[in-house]
Design a binder for this molecule. Structure first.
Ligand code: PEP
Ligand code: MG
Length: 360
């Protein structure tokens, strides 16, 4: 954990006396979680579980899973992945003991995980004993023209439920093991890229079913929440329906900005500067929240969510969660927390305090 001077602590303590927004961090590694906690994060607001699978050994297991052409093949790969996930969750929940840890189920834009080179295919062929030719064919079948608008997020969990079930099992087993050790894990399960009430209802039912099974088998008591990211305009427009089963919303403003403007978050740079020079944009909307457009969707979704479920927990976990002007907007919109990169936690604590003072 980082070490700080007494002055730093004093200033942060003053800030904390004023702010009403909680400040959580986006983290998926123990290093990030320790850093975040050292900077004063009050939990993890976004653990992107797909980021836990980028290293060489693990990515082959994920490739094996997505390239499998039937459920049995996916389950075989998941049998390798599940213990790794359980170990990951044990560690994160331990570091953040007593604080909320928001685990977002797999949201891999498939192109990031599909094999990129013949070597990648070879590795998968070696472990699966499936021919390279077949793996090439499957890779081609799964390649999308617009992966960021494709088979992403909960669409993967709905079409291949065994993937989310395996992650949920790993998470609840880890949490129950920690309860047995006298710890207080607080997992929040978050579903990505939800657009419809039916998706949310199905995913919530799945989550409770696995939770019940694991909790009953372990014989301990465990509290958890199930919620959704709001990162599509449709989700914001119909947030009252999502709140029928979602206990919290987390605004994924990276995707929400992308889908509201219809501008690719990966390619926006190409015309962003000319747009700023021409005075059409005053700022990069992927850095500073577009309060008029994306912000209107956030306010609407917050109101609709509260109308259905008055105690709904509301937060933001896009990059904007660490930007002072956007944090002030979140304060005014009545959100409960912001979640940002670990190194932005002190800035967010100060910005949240300044927002509270300015708007008192
Ligand atoms: C988002 O879309 O704002 C978000 C936090 O999710 P990701 O960046 O992982 O798509
Ligand atoms: Mg997103």
């Amino acid at each position: 954990e980082p070490e700080f001077s007494d002055d730093f602590h004093q200033i942060m303590t003053w800030a904390d006396e004023f702010r009403t927004l909680k400040v959580l961090a986006n983290a998926e590694t123990p290093t990030d979680a320790h850093t975040a906690k050292g900077f004063g994060a009050e939990g993890i607001g976004l653990c992107r579980t797909e980021h836990m699978f980028f290293d060489d050994e693990r990515i082959t297991a994920v490739r094996e899973m997505i390239l499998a052409d039937d459920e049995a093949g996916r389950r075989k790969a998941l049998a390798k992945i599940q213990p790794m996930q359980k170990a990951d969750f044990l560690e994160l929940l331990s570091i953040m003991d007593g604080l909320p840890v928001t685990i977002r189920l797999l949201d891999p834009p498939l192109h990031e995980f599909l094999p990129h080179t013949p070597e990648d295919i070879k590795h998968v062929a070696e472990v699966t004993e499936v021919s390279e030719e077949k793996l090439y064919k499957r890779t081609k079948e799964l390649s999308e023209t617009n992966p960021m608008l494709g088979w992403r997020g909960c669409r993967l969990g709905i079409t291949f439920p065994e993937i989310y079930e395996s992650q949920l099992r790993a998470l609840f087993e880890a949490a129950c093991d920690l309860v047995k050790q006298g710890k207080s894990p607080k997992p929040d399960i978050m579903h990505p890229l939800v657009a419809t009430r039916e998706e949310m209802a199905k995913l919530t039912t799945m989550t409770h079913a696995i939770a019940r099974e694991v909790i009953e088998a372990s014989g301990v008591a465990l509290e958890y929440k199930v919620g959704t990211m709001i990162e599509l305009p449709r989700a914001a427009l119909l947030a009252d329906r999502l709140a029928e089963t979602a206990e919290f919303f987390s605004f994924g403003t990276n995707d929400l900005t992308q889908t509201t403007y219809g501008i690719s978050r990966d390619d926006s740079g190409r015309f962003l500067n000319p747009y700023i020079e021409a005075g059409i944009f005053d700022k990069d909307p992927f850095v500073t929240l577009d309060q008029d457009g994306v912000g209107a969707l956030i306010k609407m979704a917050a109101e609709k969510g509260k109308a259905t479920r008055p105690d709904i927990k509301l937060g933001i976990c896009g990059e904007h969660g660490g930007d002072p002007a956007s944090i002030e907007f979140c304060h005014k919109a009545g959100l409960n927390y912001v979640s940002c990169s670990p190194y932005r936690v002190p800035v967010a604590r100060l910005a949240a305090a300044q927002a509270a003072i300015r708007n008192a």
